[in-house]
Design a protein around this ligand. Structure first.
Ligand SMILES: *[C@@H]1O[C@H](CO)[C@@H](O)[C@H](O)[C@H]1NC(C)=O
Ligand SMILES: *[C@@H]1O[C@H](CO)[C@@H](O)[C@H](O)[C@H]1NC(C)=O
Ligand SMILES: *[C@@H]1O[C@H](CO)[C@@H](O)[C@H](O)[C@H]1NC(C)=O
Ligand SMILES: *[C@@H]1O[C@H](CO)[C@@H](O)[C@H](O)[C@H]1NC(C)=O
Length: 354
């Protein structure tokens, strides 16, 4: 028996709330993204994502020569990352006027209380009952904070960045972006604080609404108020127009993955039209990074909590309006009146309600 309600009348209003109408396109050009292959193992179809350890593999950077090596000063004493930086610089200096290349470092937040709760209750009970609550008597998972495991994952990423900067001479991010959800704000803080960063590119992230996780009925996807975020992370910047209250999350409704890809492209277009950095960091979520990877034309590559993936992207500005996309209304979500007792994740549509 389903305990949920289907509020049909709301759906049209929700669609306009989302406001990602790609048909309202007044520009005569559009942006297209492609991945530069052969640079990172993650992009190689032969790499097993579930067995991949980004810190044990130099972030997946493939040991190879680049066509630009012959012009790389003192190349014999340069690290792979230094030669990559020279390669990217060369790609950019030889790029056509409508093209540029950028290296994105996309990190998933460390384990949050919502991740731990899903493991504890099992996916059916989590999806159909507990995830719609703010928490239980001992734990809060609405806009979940990091567990101790999650904190340690972010600190491991921090140690890895220290190593990359000191020993591998990586070019660190020039600008930082993060999802507005607490687990990402905190992961970014722990991952990038205390690094030996260039003075001109300090760790001052910009919070962007649309780097948030796919909007589900789970309370872990409902963000906190802007004033609370500001009080918790006073050094962070907000993108222009960031509202006090979460304008998107709606009880018992979920964004479709089509809509998610539309807004993932929208946020990338926004970043690249306002930021001429070559090295960018994005701290986000498993579902959202999966969506960003689809928009970039990268193969599917699942990240465990606290993991990160680099992607070398070619950004092309093309003539014309680009493919038309149509935003769909949120879908309504069914729940169970009491928690299902089965643990197998075979009833994520909540057909397992008792
Ligand atoms: C990928 O790795 C996972 C985890 O180690 C393993 O269970 C799976 O069999 C591997 N898949 C392939 C195709 O090797
Ligand atoms: C990944 O490799 C590092 C060594 O670089 C190791 O310390 C860490 O435990 C490994 N992580 C996982 C999840 O196996
Ligand atoms: C609340 O949920 C957590 C799972 O994240 C569990 O460890 C804890 O025991 C639960 N508390 C109660 C009072 O059931
Ligand atoms: C745009 O990008 C996609 C995916 O990255 C690619 O398959 C496609 O060929 C590109 N389109 C154009 C017109 O370049």
């Amino acid at each position: 028996m389903y305990a949920s309600s289907l509020v049909v009348g709301l759906l049209a209003a929700l669609a306009s709330l989302v406001g990602v109408s790609a048909s309202a396109n007044h520009h005569k050009s559009h942006t297209n993204y492609t991945v530069v292959p052969g640079v990172f193992l993650q992009d190689d179809p032969a790499t097993n994502a579930s067995a991949f350890n980004f810190t044990a593999s130099n972030f997946g950077l493939i040991n190879r020569d680049y066509p630009s090596d012959s012009s790389c000063p003192d190349r014999k004493h340069k690290t792979q990352w230094q030669r990559l930086a020279h390669y990217i610089k060369t790609l950019n200096s030889h790029a056509k006027r409508n093209e540029r290349y950028s290296l994105l470092f996309m990190g998933r937040h460390g384990e949050g209380f919502h991740n731990a709760a899903e493991s504890y209750f099992g996916t059916p009970a989590w999806n159909c009952y507990y995830s719609e609550l703010d928490g239980n008597a001992t734990v809060t998972w609405a806009d979940a904070h990091l567990t101790e495991v999650g904190v340690n994952q972010a600190l491991a990423a921090n140690a890895f960045w220290k190593h990359l900067i000191k020993d591998e001479k990586i070019t660190p991010p020039q600008t930082y972006y993060t999802s507005p959800l607490y687990r990402c704000l905190d992961t970014a803080r722990l991952s990038f604080s205390g690094l030996d960063l260039p003075k001109r590119s300090p760790f001052i992230p910009t919070i962007k609404e649309l780097f948030r996780e796919g909007i589900s009925a789970h309370t872990c996807d409902r963000r906190s108020d802007k004033s609370f975020i500001h009080a918790s992370f006073p050094a962070y910047r907000f993108e222009r127009g960031f509202s006090e209250h979460d304008p998107y999350w709606t009880a018992l409704h979920a964004e479709t993955s089509v809509d998610q890809d539309i807004r993932s492209k929208k946020v990338l277009d926004d970043v690249f039209s306002n930021d001429d950095s070559t090295y960018l960091s994005i701290t986000s979520h498993s579902g959202e990074i999966a969506s960003l990877l689809r928009v970039l034309g990268h193969r599917t590559f699942g990240l465990s909590t606290g993991a990160a993936i680099p992607v070398l992207v070619k950004i092309s500005t093309l003539q014309g309006e680009g493919p038309t996309t149509t935003t769909q209304p949120y879908t309504s979500v069914s729940t169970c009146a009491t928690a299902p007792t089965i643990r197998a994740s075979t009833c994520n549509d909540c057909s397992c309600c008792e």
